[in-house]
Design a protein around this ligand. Structure first.
Ligand SMILES: NC(=O)c1ccc[n+]([C@@H]2O[C@H](COP(=O)([O-])OP(=O)(O)OC[C@H]3O[C@@H](n4cnc5c(N)ncnc54)[C@H](O)[C@@H]3O)[C@@H](O)[C@H]2O)c1
Ligand SMILES: [Zn+2]
Length: 368
């Protein structure tokens, strides 16, 4: 077991990563005081694979109930949250309850939001089961749901008691979901880890085969990056913003496709292509390195769901205005200077942003 610490004073906690470590769950829960009831939240595809294992690990707890939400981003909604509150109230869950989120980022963000708000806050444990959740969404306390006008607009910072990331869960992940997680791995590499960049660049093939030793290494490297950044800047007043690299563009794409036709990690990969393009246009990065990075991202073979018309692109750009990363009416971007080096930049150059999204069209046709 590798233990990674998130240092946040009285809200500090550990992330446990490794292969086969889910067996430690009971020992870890034993460290939580006054634990009366457990509400396990998951979703059918994950429950089919792992619910029985988890429930049998937890069989010494009398008061454990589970709730399954429909699979997919649409479950990150106030409506879904309200249904869970009703279930918790009807089942007499009290302030000494624990919410466990078992699943990917959707289940984690939603469970965390419930834990942060139900009875003004009950305790939370994350058991992330996707690559993206293990190295990103389960760490750092961002919890929340989506609003029709934008992603993650309703939420809180709410830290868990601990996170347990068993790399074995990743064996059942679909390729597509695996690539989504790789989107965040690429992000960590580009914002602050040239060594990680070389590692994933030179192991592209064995990574696509989900080589488990390599996965264990990557999950712990990335979880460590996230833990360090969050420990420095929990509330995103400063350095934590670099984690939004590719995300301002990506969120607008996700929103345009109504969180349906494109997944978060795919949108982030495309968003990073836009960010590198803009960085190069603004002369922050050498064009040769920029092309190298774009070619590297394109290896993941991400396509836009359809051809974008001029009016689609305008719509996408207007959706960016709803992103939280807005400062004095100008858009705030994380741009790149070199592999492992980023810079914050505010811009209102709409034409350049339009050009960046249009670049994605040509990226797609090039792949065809
Ligand atoms: N809180 C944060 O800091 C943060 C950071 C990044 C992303 N996010 C959020 O995370 C969400 C995306 O998370 P995600 O990519 O994990 O998507 P997801 O939760 O929808 O999971 C992807 C798919 O994989 C399935 N699945 C999960 N674990 C599995 C397993 N072990 N084997 C087989 N199938 C499995 C799920 O049922 C789902 O169909 C987005 O809503 C995004 O906004 C949050
Ligand atoms: Zn992300």
């Amino acid at each position: 077991v590798k233990t990674i610490r998130v240092n946040l004073k009285d809200r500090s906690y550990n992330i446990y990563t490794g292969t086969g470590i889910i067996n430690k769950l009971t020992d870890l829960l034993d460290t939580i005081q006054n634990l009366n009831q457990i509400a396990l939240i998951s979703t059918p595809p994950v429950a089919d694979l792992y619910l029985n294992t988890i429930l049998s690990l937890l069989n010494k707890y009398q008061n454990i109930k589970h709730y399954l939400v429909p699979d997919g981003e649409k479950s990150k909604s106030l409506k879904q949250a309200e249904e869970i509150y009703t279930w918790l109230i009807q089942n007499n869950f009290d302030r000494n309850s624990l919410i466990i989120g078992l699943g990917g980022g959707v289940v984690g963000d939603l469970s965390g939001f419930i834990a942060a708000t139900f009875l003004r806050g009950v305790r939370l444990v994350h058991i992330p089961t996707t690559l993206l959740a293990q190295l990103d969404s389960s760490i750092g306390g961002k919890v929340g749901v989506n609003h029709a006008l934008g992603k993650n607009l309703i939420g809180a910072f709410y830290q868990p008691q601990f996170v347990i990331s068993d790399v074995n869960f990743l064996q059942t992940l679909k390729d597509e979901e695996f690539i989504c997680g790789m989107g965040e791995v690429v992000k960590y590499a580009l914002i602050r880890d040239p060594e990680l960049y070389s590692l994933i660049d030179s192991n592209f093939d064995s990574l696509s085969k989900h080589n488990s030793e390599l996965m264990e290494k990557i999950v712990s490297i990335c979880a460590n990056h996230k833990a360090e950044i969050v420990s420095e800047d929990e509330l995103e007043r400063g350095i934590r913003a670099i984690l939004n690299f590719g995300h301002t563009f990506g969120h607008a794409l996700e929103s345009f496709y109504q969180y349906d036709k494109i997944k978060h990690g795919q949108a982030v990969l495309l968003g990073m292509i836009c960010a590198v393009f803009v960085s190069q246009k603004l002369d922050f990065i050498d064009s040769e390195i920029a092309s190298k990075i774009i070619a590297f991202i394109e290896k993941y073979n991400i396509h836009l769901p359809g051809k974008l018309s001029d009016s689609d692109v305008k719509k996408i750009v207007s959706l960016m205005q709803y992103d939280k990363k807005i400062k004095n009416g100008k858009l705030n971007f994380i741009l790149i200077r070199d592999i492992g080096k980023v810079i914050e930049h505010t811009s209102s150059d709409v034409d350049l942003i339009i050009e960046a999204f249009k670049k994605l069209k040509s990226a797609k046709s090039k792949l065809k």
